[in-house]
Write a protein that binds this ligand. Sequence first.
Ligand code: IMP
Length: 179
Amino acid sequence: MSNPPVLIDEAAILKRVGELADQISDDYADKGDLVLVGVLKGSFIFLADLSRRLSIPRIIEFIAVSSYGTGSVSSGAVRLVMDVRGNIENRHVLIVEDIVDTGHTLKYLIGILESHRPASIRTCSLLHKAESAEVDVKIDYVGFSVGDEWVVGYGLDFGEQDRTLPYIGTVAPDDRNGG
Ligand code: IMP
């Protein structure tokens, strides 16, 4: 199969990641270690690039959730697969997501992380499907807004495929429907 068509190329992604890192570094200057909580699996490449561009002290944690649903259609129900391992109490936490679609996952994650009593929680997502929002959840740092289409690459998958593409590409509607 040929590679998915390019939506956001590698240079544009890296430029934007650098801008986000600068903004986050400014906002958290002199606040001690920032705990970056990467949401598995989709955020792993974004987290790697973002964390290495920060100019402030940071700690890396991971959390894993799974959505009930099939293929590219989310049912809105989210389940915790793996919680953070380290102690984040009284620390500043930044959730690092690959994409916010309906917002159910991010809202659920905020609830889980609040139960660890951090000093603060903010959210960062490389991509945002603004037209698809079903719940009201604030994204403090957004890389790019995208339309209501399935995107892959730079960590994002379609059925575990295409995560390691260096760019963000789109999956044709025919492929999404299994055609
Ligand atoms: P939400 O709960 O509907 O906001 O969905 C968030 C999760 O769905 C993301 O963390 C992704 O794992 C997945 N997701 C939603 N849209 C896409 C997409 O276009 N490509 C890849 N994964 C997606």
